[in-house]
Design a protein around this ligand. Structure first.
Ligand SMILES: [Zn+2]
Length: 269
């Protein structure tokens, strides 16, 4: 699809992104940053903040406003699809205004994987397989997918790259079914309002069970348990792992007071 028709679709499914200056762009294949991203397996990405190559491009066509717009950038032409658009737009929601240009552009790391290793070394939290694609992101992506279908685009759920084995979660269809009523009820709502609304318990429980199962299977039960204790009275069982397995076996049901505690539960996105 052309970027112009994807832009049109974006305005239909997430009008608030258009309202804060969100641009769809190609990354030129000759830019080193494009090659690094492609080597990492990326076919598209979102950008918030400094991206000097694009600034030069915007200045050349007089569309540089003095602030960094939100960008959905495509690398591979055959991946410029409504499915990819839904995936990437879910990373930019709820919408935030363009970032002021401070004039200072941080040097980019030489290699992305070195940067990632440094990042991992600097944080004590385990890198979860659903990093950046957790419960809140999945919910937003499903709303965008549903709205695209309503707008006349028959998007296969697989083409949005939601949940499933790649993120150590249950299949995307399970998440879609658990969210079905909400997708219809909140179709006309802003994503800020969706974020402030507690998701259906079925959706939350599915994510909690997935996260708990991963934590136990990967030796991180001790990190998960304090959060478990804070929202439900856990049985004083023998070990963390037994407690976690018992929790999962019981269906893993927890009650949440509000949307914020739901989203923060488990691990960060
Ligand atoms: Zn993503």
């Amino acid at each position: 699809m052309t970027l112009a028709s994807l832009e049109q679709l974006l305005a239909e499914i997430a009008p608030e992104l258009a309202a804060v200056d969100t641009r769809l762009e190609w990354l030129a294949p000759e830019w080193p940053i494009t090659q690094q991203l492609a080597a990492e397996g990326a076919y598209a990405c979102t950008i918030r903040g400094p991206f000097p190559e694009l600034k030069v491009q915007w200045e050349s066509v007089d569309s540089w406003t003095g602030a960094w717009p939100n960008v959905i950038a495509f690398i591979e032409a055959d991946m410029a699809t409504p499915g990819t658009l839904c995936h990437e737009a879910a990373h930019l929601l709820p919408a935030t205004p363009p970032m002021p240009d401070t004039g200072v552009v941080e040097a980019r790391p030489e290699e992305f994987h070195e940067w990632r290793e440094r990042y991992v070394a600097a944080t004590s939290a385990p890198v979860v397989p659903w990093a950046d694609h957790g419960a809140a992101w999945t919910r937003r992506a499903l709303h965008l997918w549903f709205r695209s279908i309503q707008a006349g685009h028959a998007i296969d759920l697989d083409d949005v790259f939601i949940a499933g084995d790649r993120y150590g979660l249950s299949p995307a269809l399970d998440y879609a079914i658990s969210l079905k009523a909400e997708l219809e009820d909140l179709e006309g709502c802003s994503f800020a309002l969706i974020e402030a609304t507690a998701p259906p318990q079925e959706f939350v429980q599915l994510f909690v069970r997935d996260a708990a199962t991963w934590a136990v299977d990967n030796g991180h039960a001790h990190l998960f348990l304090p959060k478990l204790d804070s929202v439900a009275a856990a049985q004083p069982l023998e070990t963390d792992e037994i407690r976690m397995r018992s929790f999962i076996a019981s269906g893993g049901r927890l009650e949440f007071a509000d949307a914020a505690s739901t989203v923060q539960f488990g691990f960060p996105e």
